[in-house]
Design a protein around this ligand. Structure first.
Ligand code: NZQ
Ligand code: ZN
Length: 388
């Protein structure tokens, strides 16, 4: 049953091979001073940097660069970026990259004029943003996080061994995002596949909650079927525009807040994956892949009707000859086979996770209410051991 909710998504999207042309339309809406934010240099190799800077130049923008945003951006880098943005008196933060660059840009947007320590205030204490927020725009080059159309910003503090996600309100969402599926063609396979699993996980985190009849669940089943189909094609042929464009669009809708409406949602896979990431700095989507099946097999009986529905509606399991439990388990088996087929990491040990980290990762895991049941700390430990 859908209860009370409000829904708005203020991000304007430009999609398709010509999407970057529309940057021309957006730039005049902001003042002259732009901070161009990007990662470790992939955009210089594939030409996106040249295309973006040419448009900035043609519009007479005064540009300062903030480069070197690492995958899993850190609180130290955030401090540096906030200083650059404030000193430049930035009117716009233009993020060109993947989820890390977009997340970081949102972090800088709220941190530049924060008089407290932004890591402590906005990530650890999750306080309301009460200072000036610099507008953010994105040119997306890696697909998975949904950061292009949401308020998510995940920052890692290595000294504290904590990776914390903050979901900011609409005033921090990107004002616009440019989504050209062709930009994702140059992604290394490992990153591409990690992104595919990140999308799958975002959908499942929202799907596996509630027992009601909810429109969002039907939308999510459709998104999952599209993703499963297109990811298979993309793994065989990464240059397949049709598949890559469908995946890009699915990723955005998986986490732009729409399908969460009316849902309790779970997010325990992400809590486990993020804690693992704080210790290993591993690729986000792969941490999720390592913990997903141990977690879902652990809670399957608590949400049995939904796990059965997942098996039938997403993995085409025939329920007529199986018990509910057998059908649900078969759905997870098919998911496992699919994960192996597309080539995600199935074991945390391959991500640098060692047995002596388990207790620490368990401590770093935020235990949420859960989609179907709240786990105990011992269960977290058991799932982490199982994921090794
Ligand atoms: O840094 P460069 O050189 O650009 O290389 C990047 C990076 O090494 C490379 N890359 C990106 N686009 C490329 C490319 N290489 C070649 N061609 C291209 N077109 O890919 C690597 C990974 O990029 P990254 O941005 O780190 O990946 P992703 O988009 O998966 O972002 C991961 C971060 O997002 C957070 C994760 O925790 C992690 O910190 N998340 C953000 C969320 C949100 N905002 O809502 C939700 C997610 O669950 C997630 O937690
Ligand atoms: Zn994710």
């Amino acid at each position: 049953m859908l209860g009370n909710f409000e829904y708005v998504n203020p991000t304007k999207l430009y999609f398709g091979p010509k999407a970057l042309d529309y940057l021309q339309r957006e730039l005049p809406k902001y003042g002259n001073k732009v901070v161009l934010i990007y990662g470790g240099g992939s955009i210089k190799k594939n030409g996106i940097y040249d295309s973006v800077t040419a448009i900035l130049k043609a519009n007479g923008k005064d540009v300062v660069e903030d480069a070197g945003v690492m995958p899993n951006p850190t609180s130290d880098k955030l401090t540096e970026g906030a200083k650059i943005a404030k000193e430049h008196d930035a009117d716009l933060l233009l993020a060109v990259g993947g989820g890390s660059v977009c997340d970081y840009a949102k972090g800088v947007a709220v941190s530049a004029y924060c008089e407290d320590d932004p890591w402590e205030k906005y990530y650890v204490r999750q306080e309301r943003v009460d200072n000036k927020i610099i507008p953010v725009g994105c040119v997306l080059t890696m697909v998975g996080t949904g950061s292009e159309m949401n308020g998510g910003s995940v920052i890692t503090n290595h000294a504290q061994k904590r990776k914390i996600g903050r979901v900011f309100k609409e005033d921090v969402f990107p004002k616009f995002s440019v989504l050209n599926p062709e930009y994702t063609f140059t992604l290394p396979k490992y990153q591409m596949v990690a992104g595919f699993f990140d999308i799958m996980s975002h959908i499942l985190e929202q799907y596996f909650s509630g027992t009601d009849d909810n429109t969002s669940d039907y939308i999510m089943e459709g998104l999952l079927r599209s993703l499963i189909h297109s990811a298979r094609i993309a793994v065989r042929n990464p240059q397949d525009y049709e598949a890559r464009s469908n995946i890009m669009w699915t990723a955005t809708w998986a986490l732009n807040t729409l399908v969460a409406k009316g849902k309790r949602t779970d997010w325990m896979v992400h809590m486990l994956g993020q804690a693992m990431g704080a210790y290993t700095d591993a690729t986000h989507g792969m941490t999720l892949a390592a913990v997903s099946l141990p977690y879902y097999r652990h809670i399957m009986k608590d949400g049995l009707p939904k796990f059965k529905r997942y098996a039938v509606n997403v993995w085409d399991v025939d329920p007529t000859v199986l018990s509910d439990e057998e059908a649900a388990a078969e759905g997870l088996n098919r998911m496992q086979a699919y994960m192996k087929e597309i080539g995600v990491v199935m074991h945390a040990a391959e991500l640098g996770m060692t047995a002596d980290m388990v207790e620490g990762v368990a401590d770093a895991t935020f235990i949420l209410n859960g989609g179907y049941r709240e786990l105990s700390r011992q269960e977290i430990v058991d799932i982490l051991k199982e994921s090794m």
